[in-house]
Design a protein around this ligand. Structure first.
Ligand code: PLP
Length: 409
């Protein structure tokens, strides 16, 4: 008899985006004349850079000829791309990452999800709350949680670390001993960041407790302020305790092209029950070689072009465009009397919903009164209740119009 992985049955239906879609569809049907503005989804809207498109065309042309055709590539990624990553994303910031510590992949979503395979089911997992839901859900699937507690909207055995306005969105170090720590900064959904000193506290904790930090810096390119680390490896000693995930998705409009990478330093170890050290770089390499056949050559040439002078100029322009939207939302909402967070180093604005509303009630109110769609904070974790996420990924025109409508509510 085929038995199912019952851990999957513990997963709560991810009703967040499907419920939003359903509510929007119902509203549209009842109000066909109303133009809805969507500032809810975290997908980019500007096209890829011209030079990236040209690289795709050139690589496609190469695939058409016997002399230049490419079949399976290295599972870890082509050196031409890994060299650029090492040079531009690390060396230029004074960080020494070696080429064989970089693993190119088709997305930070898969990597942050798959990385858990390297770790025992017995590890205690800590996540900041609210956060990108993939970390929690993949640990549920892996069996590292107990059951779901509906009353608390929490899973047993998971250590939730609140990041709310009460602690200025700076999560406190866990009181108990944890083994796997997921950190995402700049944060999705709150758009907030940690300073170097704050991040250094986590590195110290991980060292002292022989824990690992899984650091997702998918939004690194949006950082504007000094003293906000772009990479966890800016912190001394982090190479001994952290894996870093990066993505071209938001940085260069690759949500549909699909390219990302993960850095697994060679210093990094996990332990057997007998306290023997095991290299995680070696394990991740083994995992990728066994289960992954590499990112398409064409895609990797596209990612390489992001690092060209022209590519850098174009992606900066797009990021500036989104950050201008973020500023418009921040300032507009503040003028309208809302308390807002984030949006300075990230494309997300996190606002406190007015007193008396839950996240979902505010969603309905905003849809009804302003015909604007956002994302209820509670969808990202129990500490997201009472908050609401707007994204800066829309068009400037729509962003201005949305703020105008919200001000009139
Ligand atoms: N990590 C975070 C924090 C994200 O918000 C997202 C996408 O929204 C991802 C990772 C996914 O990245 P990718 O498109 O590379 O899979």
């Amino acid at each position: 008899m085929i038995l199912v992985n019952e851990n999957y049955l513990k997963l709560q239906d991810s009703y967040l985006f499907s419920t939003i879609a359903k509510k929007v569809a119902e509203f549209t049907e009842e109000n066909p004349d109303k133009r809805i503005i969507k500032l809810g989804i975290g997908d980019v809207t500007l096209p890829i850079a011209k030079v990236v498109g040209e690289a795709i065309n050139k690589a496609t042309e190469e695939m058409l000829h016997k002399e230049t055709f490419r079949g399976y590539g290295p599972e870890q990624g082509y050196d031409f791309l890994r060299e650029k990553i090492v040079e531009f994303d690390y060396k230029k910031r004074g960080i020494n990452i070696e080429i064989d510590e970089v693993f190119v992949s088709d997305g930070a979503k898969c990597d942050t999800g798959n990385i858990g395979e390297l770790f025992s089911k017995d590890n205690v997992v800590a996540i900041t709350d609210p956060v990108y839901p993939v970390y929690l859900d993949t640990n549920i699937m892996a069996g590292r949680t107990g059951n779901y507690n509906k009353e608390q909207d929490k899973y047993e055995k998971i250590v939730y670390i609140p990041a709310t306005s009460e602690n200025n969105f700076i999560p406190e170090l866990p009181k108990e001993k944890v083994d796997m720590i997921y950190l995402c900064f700049p944060n999705n959904p709150t758009g907030t960041v940690l300073t170097k000193d704050e991040l250094a506290k986590w590195v110290k904790y991980a060292k002292e407790n022989k824990a690992i930090i899984l650091f997702d810096s998918a939004y690194e390119a949006f950082i504007r302020e000094d003293n906000v680390p772009h990479s966890i490896y800016e912190i001394d000693g982090a190479k001994e305790v952290a894996i870093e995930f990066r993505s071209f998705s938001k940085t260069a409009g690759f949500t549909g092209v699909r390219c990302a990478y993960t850095v697994v330093p060679k210093e990094l170890v996990a332990y057997t029950k007998n306290n023997e050290e095991v290299s995680l770089n070696r394990l991740w390499n083994r995992r990728q070689c066994t289960k992954f056949n590499g990112v398409p050559y064409i895609t990797q040439r596209a990612a390489e072009a992001v690092y060209s002078e022209e590519g850098q100029k174009e992606i900066r322009k797009n990021i500036d465009y989104y950050m201008e939207n973020a500023k418009l939302i921040r300032e507009g909402l503040t003028e309208a009397g809302y308390t807002v967070y984030g949006g300075k180093n990230a494309p997300y604005i996190w606002l406190k919903v007015p007193k008396g509303y839950t996240s979902w009630e505010f969603f309905d109110y905003l849809l009804e009164k302003a015909n604007v769609v956002g994302t209820p904070g509670v969808g990202f974790g129990p500490s997201g209740e009472g908050y609401f996420r707007l994204t800066a990924f829309g068009s400037k025109e729509n962003t201005i119009e949305a703020i105008k409508r919200i001000k009139k509510m």
